[in-house]
Design a protein around this ligand. Structure first.
Ligand SMILES: Nc1ncnc2c1ncn2[C@@H]1O[C@H](COP(=O)(O)OP(=O)(O)OP(=O)(O)O)[C@@H](O)[C@H]1O
Ligand SMILES: [Mg+2]
Length: 289
């Protein structure tokens, strides 16, 4: 049964277990990547709404807009950051100094708009950036990384390092096909990755269910495994109204169908356990080599 109301209800935030921290000898944030094969599927909408929903519950949340050079998370959150990943990559500011504060105290590290160096960084530049971002892992409970569409090597390096991926698709065959390609690559570079699929902007439950069925059967048939189904989010005019208002829909229209579904996606259990035994950015740097 595929209902957007099937999700677990609201649970008060409890800090997850700290076994990995103890093993690692230091605090490390849980890291969740949000990616899609095709552009425009709703990654930034989903990332910004999860960020707000979880920050509202008292988690220390960092949203990294890694749609570098074409960032827009700051617009969805009504923010005007002074610095972005480009400044960090070029060593002009420390990562901490590049953060801006958004709703409910969440922090945003913007991806910068129109910066060519960010659109197409060299491996060396990316390595420098990852190294500069390492200290942030100790300062947050949850780091959400909003990616640009597709399989650029910066996305693949993140996928190789993350324990958890939210894969966003729409119900159309083009989005499903590109999403499958991303899923295949993610599970090839990272055997232990946990992948949750979100069908966003679906006209109705039937089409969302059909999209999930086809994704699962193709994945099972050709790869022998499939992602978990996180849920579906309806196409809802409240989302575009919230974009106009520059306020995530979970804040501006909390009872709308999209907000209810997005809140449930934000409560997906594995987000509470998205921790690895070694630090994320160290792994991402290794993946670049
Ligand atoms: N559930 C929804 N209902 C209605 N409109 C939606 C929904 N989700 C997304 N949209 C619309 O789609 C637009 C694109 O969404 P978004 O920017 O999140 O996509 P994206 O995957 O991040 O795109 P890109 O690949 O360019 O980064 C949004 O501005 C919003 O207007
Ligand atoms: Mg985006």
């Amino acid at each position: 049964m595929l209902s957007r109301f099937q999700f677990k209800r609201f649970r008060p935030f409890r800090r997850p277990d700290t076994t990995a921290e103890v093993q690692d000898g230091r605090m490390a944030a849980r890291v969740v990547c949000i990616a899609s094969g095709k552009g425009g599927t709703g990654k930034s909408i989903i990332a910004s709404n999860i960020a707000v929903h979880r920050a509202r519950r008292g988690e220390r949340v960092l949203l990294v807009d890694f749609d570098a050079g074409l960032a827009n998370a700051h617009l969805l959150l009504g923010m005007a950051p002074n610095h972005d990943l480009g400044h960090v990559m070029q060593g002009q500011v420390k990562a901490r100094e590049a953060l801006s504060e958004g709703p409910h105290g969440l922090k945003l590290l913007s991806g910068g708009v129109g910066r060519q160096s960010l659109v197409d960084p060299t491996r060396r530049e990316l390595d420098r950036l990852f190294r500069a971002l390492m200290p942030l892992e100790k300062e947050f409970d949850l780091v959400l990384i909003d990616h640009g569409a597709g399989l650029g090597y910066s996305t693949v390096a993140h996928l190789a390092a993350t324990s958890t991926l939210l894969l966003v698709t729409n119900h159309e065959v083009t989005a499903l096909s590109d999403g499958y390609a991303l899923y295949k690559r993610a599970t090839a570079v990272n055997k232990g990755i946990r992948v949750g699929l979100v069908v966003n902007r679906a006209p109705d439950e039937k089409l969302a269910g059909a999209a999930w069925d086809s994704f699962r059967s193709v994945s099972e048939r050709f790869l022998g495994h499939s992602p978990e189904f996180v849920g579906w989010v309806p196409a809802d005019p409240a989302v575009s109204s919230s974009v106009q208002r520059r306020e995530p829909v979970v804040g501006s229209y909390p009872t709308s169908p999209a907000a209810t579904s997005l809140a449930a996606v934000a409560d997906w259990g594995p987000i509470d356990h998205a921790r690895t035994t070694s630090a994320f950015y160290e792994k991402a740097r290794r993946a670049l080599r």
